[in-house]
Ligand binder design. Structure first.
Ligand SMILES: NC(=O)c1ccc[n+]([C@@H]2O[C@H](COP(=O)([O-])OP(=O)(O)OC[C@H]3O[C@@H](n4cnc5c(N)ncnc54)[C@H](O)[C@@H]3O)[C@@H](O)[C@H]2O)c1
Length: 277
């Protein structure tokens, strides 16, 4: 805490006494203000990977974050982190989504991150797989937005950030038929919401990551039977020569969620190490 009672740390040394009439200016000049101060965020898939990095980043930047995941045991690792409240939520359960929305008062930021990577060509994808993936990756976001958007409209402001992928309408890759289809749908839905609610002060954007080093990616590499070969394959797709980090995606989510992106809507933000060039 600084000598004038500011909650943050010093960004620069004081020069002379601080005028008490100009407390706000003083706070801006001397203290470490968060980029999401005063905002309320709901995040999905917050227990690990990109969702977790984003949840922690939002909280560090001053937001009150309601962090949700189907895996409550894992989510509990966030218990006690300043700014974070945890709630179990299966994003395929629309009644649970509605109940959460009813419980939470106002919301400024909705980060729809939950998604499932299904491997296979169209011939290897059964109808039930199609339904499962579209349910987790697309219908969940449809229901989340329907539940939380009216709360944003009440205040005529809000930012929705949807997790898509470079594997979508942007780029095809082998063995990701239904995954790419679902993420293309996320981009389409994002643009639709952006168009329909821009006059209500709502922004809606998507993020399209390349290959990001997360627990599920590691699990998929291990499940392939030859982790080293699998890693080589993933790296071969990345002109950057490396995998991305969850924090690198969280940085984009933070920008889109914040007022710094006040003129950005309907966009898909690539964070892909050049894969989509
Ligand atoms: N990792 C990548 O390379 C990559 C690339 C592009 C896009 N994405 C997308 O980013 C998002 C997160 O990916 P990740 O690799 O960080 O995730 P991950 O697989 O490591 O973690 C996913 C989290 O989602 C939770 N989850 C799964 N089903 C759920 C459900 N029905 N309801 C609520 N939570 C559920 C899991 O418990 C887990 O905590 C996904 O939408 C994914 O498609 C990831």
């Amino acid at each position: 805490m600084c000598g004038s009672g500011c909650p943050g740390g010093w960004l620069r040394p004081h020069i002379g006494p601080v005028p008490t009439r100009r407390t706000t200016l003083h706070l801006r000049l001397c203290c470490d203000m968060g980029r999401l101060d005063g905002k309320v965020a709901v995040t999905t898939a917050a227990a690990q990977g990109i969702g977790r990095a984003t949840t922690e980043t939002f909280a560090r930047e001053g937001a009150r974050v309601i962090a949700t995941d189907i895996n409550y045991e894992k989510l509990k690792e966030l218990e006690g982190v300043p700014g974070i409240e945890i709630r179990k939520l299966d994003v395929t359960d629309n009644e649970a989504i509605k109940a959460l929305a009813a419980e939470i008062g106002h919301i400024d930021i909705l980060f729809n991150c939950a998604g499932f990577v299904f491997h296979g060509t169209i011939l290897e994808t059964a109808e039930k797989d199609f339904d499962f993936v579209m349910n987790v990756n697309v219908k969940s976001m449809f229901n989340m937005i329907k539940a939380f958007l009216p709360k944003m409209m009440e205040k005529k402001s809000g930012s929705i950030v949807n997790m898509a992928s470079i594997v979508s309408s942007i780029k095809g890759t082998v063995n990701r038929c239904i995954y790419g289809t679902s993420k293309a749908a996320v981009i389409g839905m994002t643009k639709s919401v952006a168009c329909d609610f821009i006059k209500d002060g709502i922004r809606c954007n998507s993020i399209t990551p390349g290959t990001i080093d997360t627990p599920s990616l590691r699990q998929r590499m291990a499940a392939s039977g030859d982790e080293e070969k699998s890693l080589k394959f993933f790296l071969s797709r990345q002109p950057s020569g490396r995998l991305g980090t969850a924090q690198e995606v969280a940085n984009i989510a933070l920008f889109l969620a914040s007022d710094e992106a006040s003129f950005v809507t309907g966009a898909e933000y690539r964070v892909d190490g050049g894969w989509g060039i």
